[in-house]
Design a protein around this ligand. Structure first.
Ligand SMILES: NC(=O)c1ccc[n+]([C@@H]2O[C@H](COP(=O)([O-])OP(=O)(O)OC[C@H]3O[C@@H](n4cnc5c(N)ncnc54)[C@H](O)[C@@H]3O)[C@@H](O)[C@H]2O)c1
Length: 295
């Protein structure tokens, strides 16, 4: 494992929910963080702050000065965060721009914010869609019908191209819902009432501190190539046994294995195998029986 002490790391989207926590964590590990951020909201720990647009060649060139490692988080992070044109072009042009310029300057490793949405259903056109099978796994086929999900799916192709052309090792973290534990608890209350609303996301979540830790592990692990995989807390955000709630609300979804108690129906093997990631912050919920008539 490579240490971060003294390494210059460019973090894009560094004022954001994940970027601000990741910047502080990497700085705490001794990295010299260049934060590409909103200059009105420079994150704690930034050694250098650079404003600008990640889709601009010149702005990214400036931000990359001296960078040895890259964490690319900047994106319009939801289907409704802008027009379809803005969300799609902002995200895919930014990822292409940041990674290709980094590669040309000799950066050898990057971590990129992917998304569970890369498989298409959570923000897709069919609100009643169900996963083709469970657990959601690394190879689950994509069925995309919105521009945000398409941007995240295509970003994975960009990562693969950058690895094939320049040999940059890239870890794409397919984040589920990432937030503070207070916000995850609030979402849990809603999904407990309406579990059907969370099935396409496997009721998965990740505390933002764990997201920052996964970013650190992505930078320091010895994994080679362009790898994209899911990660989440090991249990769901709802209080029901996973098999029982699936029996109640989605019995038609094929299950490839049984789930233990509230186990998240998402295959976390690659997160463990490739970067040694296990979530540390887990929502505390007593197991309850699924109420009759729940939807
Ligand atoms: N938070 C989640 O639940 C979640 C889940 C899956 C994936 N992700 C991904 O993780 C990453 C970070 O998410 P977040 O929750 O911190 O989002 P966020 O919206 O809080 O932060 C994203 C930051 O990127 C910046 N940004 C966007 N486009 C930019 C551009 N062209 N130039 C410069 N800056 C730009 C925004 O201003 C913002 O500060 C995103 O790529 C998002 O798609 C987040």
């Amino acid at each position: 494992m490579t240490g971060l002490r003294g390494a210059r790391v460019l973090v894009t989207g560094a004022s954001g929910r994940i970027g601000s926590v990741a910047t502080a964590r990497l700085a705490d590990r001794g990295a010299l963080v260049t934060a590409m951020c909103d200059l009105r909201s420079v994150p704690d720990g930034a050694d250098r702050a650079v404003g600008g647009d990640t889709a601009s060649f010149d702005d990214v060139a400036r931000a990359l000065e001296g960078a040895e490692l890259v964490v690319h988080l900047a994106a319009l992070a939801h289907r409704d965060a802008g027009t379809p044109y803005d969300v799609y072009t902002n995200n895919v042009v930014s990822t292409f721009n940041v990674l290709t310029q980094a590669a040309e300057r000799g950066v050898r490793r990057a971590v990129v914010a992917g998304s569970i949405n890369r498989y298409g259903l959570p923000q897709g056109v069919d609100a009643d869609a169900l996963p083709p099978y469970l657990p959601i796994d690394t190879d689950m086929p994509a069925d995309v019908s919105d521009w945000y999900s398409l941007s995240k799916l295509n970003d994975e192709n960009t990562c693969r191209m950058v690895w094939r052309r320049w040999g940059v090792d890239i870890v794409t973290l397919r984040f589920p819902h990432v937030n503070t534990m207070a916000a995850i608890e609030a979402q849990s209350a809603e999904l407990t009432e309406h579990p059907r609303r969370g099935v396409t996301e496997a009721w998965a979540y990740l505390d933002v501190r764990d997201a920052a830790r996964a970013i650190e592990l992505g930078l320091t692990s010895p994994s080679r190539g362009a790898n994209a995989f899911y990660l989440a807390a090991p249990t769901t955000s709802i209080p029901y046994r996973t098999d029982e709630v699936l029996d109640a609300i989605a019995p038609e979804v094929p299950r490839r294995r049984r789930f233990v108690e509230r186990e998240v129906p998402m295959d976390l093997t690659d997160a463990r195998r490739l970067i040694g990631f296990e979530a540390e912050h887990v929502l505390d919920r007593q197991v309850r029986d699924v109420p009759a008539g729940i939807r």
